[in-house]
Design a protein around this ligand. Structure first.
Ligand SMILES: C[S@@+](CC[C@H](N)C(=O)[O-])C[C@H]1O[C@@H](n2cnc3c(N)ncnc32)[C@H](O)[C@@H]1O
Length: 247
C-alpha cells in the first residue's frame, strides 16, 4: 500500500462486524486498562483508533474520562451500540492529523498494531506530532507495537491459525514485502455461516525507528516495557509498550 491509496477508514469498515468476536480473546485487556488508568491518574485519556471501545469502555467504568479519534464510522457505530458507548466523544478522522477540541490529556494511547496501519514514515511522524499536541503538562503518549517476526515467513508468505474454536476458525494469510517492511494480511474466517475474507496492510517500524519518529514529532522515549504489566522489554519480546513524553 502506498500513501496515495491509503484509506484510514478501510481497516474498520471491513472488520467492524467481526471485531469484537475476534478481539474478545486478547488476553491482557484488563492489564492494559489498569496500566492506562494508573498512568492517567486524575486526568483524561485520548485513544487514537478507539474502535469499538475495548479499552475505552472499561476505562470509563473506572471513572476515567475518555475521548477518541477513529477513522471508521462502522467501528464508531459498533461502539455506540455498547453500554456507555453513546457517551464517549469521538472525532471521526485519521489520528495522523485529526484534532479534538479538548487538549491537555494525561494519556494519549495507540494500542495493538494500529500505528503500523499508517503506510509511510511521514504519516507516523505526523501521528507522534498530533499526540504531542494533545498532551497536557506531564502527559504521555503510550504506543503498543508488535515486533515483526521475519522468521515466520517462508518465501515471504505465512499462514497462521489465529483463533480456533469448535464453531469458528480464523486464519491469517500473510505476505511480507522486505523492501517496504510491510505485511499484507488477509483474515480468513471459517464458520458454519460460510467463509468471509477481509484484508489490511501494515507497514512495520522497529521500536528504534518509532523512537526516532517520536523525536521528530517532539517526544522522547521515557520507558519501554514488554507488556502492559511492565515486564522488561528484552530480545525475546514479541511486542512492546512504549511510553513517550516531551523532553
Ligand atoms: C486494531 S483496531 C484497535 C481498536 C481499539 N483501539 C482496541 O484496542 O481494541 C484499530 C482501530 O484503529 C482504527 N484506525 C486505523 N487507522 C486509523 C487512522 N489512521 N485514523 C483513525 N483510526 C484508525 C480502525 O478503524 C480500528 O478501529
Amino acid at each position: 500500500m502506498t500513501a496515495s491509496n491509503y484509506d484510514p477508514a478501510a481497516y474498520g469498515e471491513v472488520l467492524a462486524a467481526d471485531y469484537d468476536a475476534l478481539y474478545s480473546t486478547i488476553p491482557d485487556t484488563e492489564e492494559a486498562v489498569s496500566c492506562l488508568a494508573e498512568l492517567a491518574g486524575d486526568g483524561s485519556v485520548l485513544e487514537m483508533g478507539i474502535g469499538t471501545g475495548r479499552l475505552a469502555l472499561p476505562l470509563r467504568s473506572r471513572g476515567v474520562e475518555v475521548h477518541g479519534i477513529e477513522a471508521s464510522p462502522a467501528m464508531v457505530a459498533e461502539l455506540r451500540k455498547l453500554p456507555g458507548g453513546e457517551d464517549v466523544p469521538v472525532a471521526v478522522g485519521s489520528f495522523a492529523d485529526t484534532e479534538v477540541a479538548d487538549k491537555g490529556f494525561s494519556v494519549v494511547v495507540l494500542a495493538l498494531h494500529t500505528i503500523f496501519g499508517l503506510p509511510t514514515q511521514d504519516e507516523k511522524i505526523r501521528c507522534f506530532a498530533n499526540a504531542e499536541r494533545h498532551l497536557g503538562e506531564g502527559g504521555v503518549f503510550v504506543v503498543e507495537g508488535t515486533i515483526l517476526d521475519v522468521g515466520a515467513f517462508r518465501a515471504g508468505q505465512a499462514v497462521i491459525p489465529r483463533f480456533t474454536s469448535a464453531e469458528r476458525v480464523e486464519l491469517q494469510v500473510l505476505r511480507y514485502d522486505a523492501a517496504t517492511q510491510s505485511v499484507a494480511t488477509t483474515n480468513v474466517h471459517l464458520s458454519s455461516d460460510g467463509v468471509r475474507l477481509n484484508g489490511f496492510s501494515n507497514a512495520y517500524a522497529s521500536p528504534q525507528e518509532l523512537d526516532l519518529m517520536a523525536r521528530l514529532g517532539g517526544l522522547r522515549l521515557r520507558e519501554r516495557w514488554g507488556s502492559w504489566t511492565r515486564e522488561p522489554f528484552t530480545a525475546t519480546c514479541s511486542r512492546h509498550v512504549s511510553v513517550y513524553a516531551r523532553p
